[in-house]
Design a protein around this ligand. Structure first.
Ligand SMILES: Cc1ncc(COP(=O)(O)O)c(C=O)c1O
Length: 363
């Protein structure tokens, strides 16, 4: 049987689909541009430059991996209940928040439904919605990347089931407003507020979960707790929806190591929050320095990255020069982010190196 025949057996949805534009691996960039791997400054993944709490690493070798995890994830959900001030029954743990994005589209979208995508935003929403069979309706944000309520109202209809709103938004860095949340909740659809960067912005809508059964909050342990490689996140939602999600997700979706590491991170949150303060201070210091350059505009940010727009330079060429100097930043193919790059906040030394290299090529 060749692939042509195999394709005939597939769900037609998989004949053509968009893929998530994930960042190239360090290895592929090192190989492609013959870079000295010792001088890599990786500022393209919004990862935590300090890594996890040292106790996470110390504990890894003592965590059993020959046994399956507790399928109810009681210990991590209890720890998260304390952290979020909600009940354990409002919480679902997941293999990164990405897993819940996918699961929610699969729960709420039937082929032919429409999903509004508040662009520019996290690319995963459109990709997973399309795989669930949805038609994507992009709705452009305004010049400050805020939502346009009028345009949303115009496009919403019975085929719209679920809305995703990242706050802070990736890659723009801005937060939504209370009015946005009030407006979107009033539309009587499922509203998912993706708070992957909450620990940087400190602004959450999680307490509204108690009043609004159509509200879901997504959180990630990748950014603030430095656990991106372990893949662990969680969702906060009504007890009914949490119970349904628990029944339909993969039973052992979070590994023993990821669950234990989440618990340790929550126990050590004051240390991790101090590192977040360091990242925020670094972000503001880099923002000030970059803002003094004439060929760059830096957008305000409430997250662990900055979105920058360049003028008078070719961004693709600039990116290649930075890669050759060992600095990895993130570019975006979309028209609305033309000439824009996103730089994640690294350690002080990494940010200084990035700035030093950048000013060789930009004024
Ligand atoms: C807005 C947003 N949501 C979700 C995610 C996915 O996070 P996780 O690593 O928990 O899957 C990201 C990752 O970059 C993100 O930027």
């Amino acid at each position: 049987m060749d692939y042509k025949d195999i394709k005939k057996l597939m769900n037609p949805q998989f004949e053509s689909f968009s893929t998530y534009d994930s960042m190239p691996s360090n290895e592929s960039l090192i190989k492609k541009y013959s870079i000295n791997s010792e001088k890599i400054v990786k500022l393209n993944g919004n990862e935590n430059p300090f890594g996890p709490h040292p106790k996470v690493i110390e504990n890894i070798s003592s965590i059993p991996i020959h046994t399956y995890p507790d399928d109810e994830y009681i210990n991590s959900r209890k720890a998260l209940a304390e952290y979020t001030k909600l009940e354990m029954d409002n919480i679902v743990v997941s293999c990164g928040s990405d897993e819940l994005i996918d699961l929610l589209f699969r729960i709420f979208v039937t082929p032919g439904d429409e999903v509004l995508d508040f662009t520019p935003t996290f690319g995963m929403y459109a990709v997973r919605a399309e795989l669930a069979g949805a038609k994507i309706i992009p709705i452009a944000r305004d010049s400050n990347f805020q939502l346009d309520h009028y345009k949303i109202k115009e496009k919403i209809n019975d085929k719209t089931k679920i809305l995703f709103l990242a706050s802070p938004n990736n890659p723009t860095g801005n937060e939504c407003t209370d009015e946005d949340v009030e407006f979107l909740l009033s539309l009587n659809k499922i509203l998912v507020i993706d708070e992957a960067y909450f620990e940087f912005s400190k602004k959450s809508y999680s307490e509204l979960v108690k009043q609004h059964k159509n509200l879901i909050i997504l959180r990630s342990m990748s950014k603030w707790a430095g656990l991106a490689g372990l893949r662990v996140g969680y969702g906060l939602m009504s007890t009914d929806l949490a119970s349904l999600s628990m029944s339909v997700k993969n039973p052992y979706n979070v590994s023993n190591i990821a669950e234990q590491s989440l618990i340790i991170s929550l126990e050590q949150k004051s240390y991790l929050m101090d590192r977040i303060s360091d990242i925020i201070a670094e972000r503001e210091s880099l923002r000030k320095k970059l803002s003094l350059l004439s060929d760059i505009y830096v957008y305000p940010s409430s997250a662990n990255f900055l979105l920058c727009k360049v003028s008078n330079v070719n961004l693709e060429d600039l990116n290649i020069k930075l890669i050759k100097d060992g600095v990895f930043i993130r570019l975006f193919p979309s028209k609305s982010l033309e000439n824009c790059f996103r730089v994640s906040i690294g350690t002080k030394e990494e940010n200084e190196y990035f700035y030093k290299v950048l000013v060789n090529y930009i004024q």
